[in-house]
Design a protein around this ligand. Structure first.
Ligand code: AMP
Length: 282
């Protein structure tokens, strides 16, 4: 596995592979690997002749009050994992490599980025789309893999790819979870033991909502109430940032969950902001 830090070296290597007719798969990450990342990397391995994994804690997707400085990092361990799982390149640029002093170009998908996480993280998806497009261009990947845990991100990236006619296929992987249901996240390390014990209730509440929806509850207020009551009863340390039911693809808010519907939430628990989602109906 080559470890590359300069965008030009990534571009050069991928161009050479393309010239030989090789298919390139890309898995973008921010590192501190857990089994969610591993599942994406393993999937990526099956999708191309060459696998590029990027590891970049992208500063432009963090707000000024967010956890950029504290974001957990373990680059040596991550490199061992990426190599073991068959990556050909681990691309680990630093911020100055990706953003020159003069950088002024941004990719925005404003409507889809204004809701859910975007409402409390203004500028977040602009940072995500900009860095992801740069990674797509540098790697010239034929396919890229993203996790369904970040559902809004996945839908926004699919929109960007369609809108800009980018020659890349987007694949997704289901959310990987701890045994008690908590979605794996690099940010779970922020949880203290009592917070960690309660964090599993996010999944429990969303499952309860899915069960109710599938039993015929279509009223959005009632479904939200069910979940908020569960949070209040079993997760008293938590504060819901948002809890919404949206069209899974456009992310538009729904009036009734009588067709395809996604319930998504973000919950603050101590220092962690945890997100999760569930398809109430497909
Ligand atoms: P991150 O390093 O947190 O930016 O995540 C990199 C990629 O891994 C993104 O596409 C995420 O959606 C995906 N990912 C993160 N956590 C999980 C998980 N628990 N299950 C599946 N994919 C995940």
């Amino acid at each position: 596995m080559q470890i590359l830090t300069s965008p030009a070296s990534l571009s050069e290597q991928c161009r050479a592979w393309h010239a030989k007719g090789e298919q390139i798969a890309l898995v973008p990450t921010m590192g501190y690997y857990h089994q969610g990342h591993e599942a994406l990397i393993q999937r990526g391995r099956t999708l191309g002749d060459r696998l590029v994994v990027s590891l970049f804690v992208n500063p432009t997707q963090f707000g000024p009050q967010e956890d950029l400085a504290a974001y957990p990092r373990a680059p040596e361990r991550d490199a061992q994992i990426a190599e073991k799982l068959g990556a050909d390149i681990l691309f680990m640029p630093n911020a100055e490599d990706m953003y020159s002093q003069a950088h002024t170009t941004w990719i925005e998908v404003p409507k889809m980025a204004s809701t859910l996480c975007g409402a409390s993280r203004p500028g977040h998806f602009r940072g995500v789309c900009t860095v992801v497009l740069k990674l797509f261009m540098l790697s010239q990947a034929n396919v890229a893999v993203f996790g369904e845990k970040d559902w809004q991100q996945l839908m926004i990236i699919k929109r960007m790819v369609e809108d800009l006619d980018l020659p890349i296929k987007i694949e997704s992987m289901p959310t990987q979870r701890e045994a008690d249901g908590l979605a794996l996240s690099s940010r779970n390390v922020y949880l203290r033991p009592n917070e960690r014990a309660q964090a599993a209730q996010i999944r429990a509440a969303l499952l309860k909502a899915r069960e109710a929806a599938q039993a015929g509850m279509v009223d959005i207020l009632a479904l939200r109430e069910l979940v908020l009551e569960h949070f209040a009863q079993f997760m008293p340390l938590a504060k819901a940032d948002y809890l919404a039911i949206v069209d899974p693809y456009s992310l538009d808010e729904l009036e009734h969950a009588d067709g395809p519907a996604l319930m998504a939430c973000a919950v603050k628990l101590g220092k962690a902001r945890l997100i999760d989602n569930i398809l109430l109906r497909q």
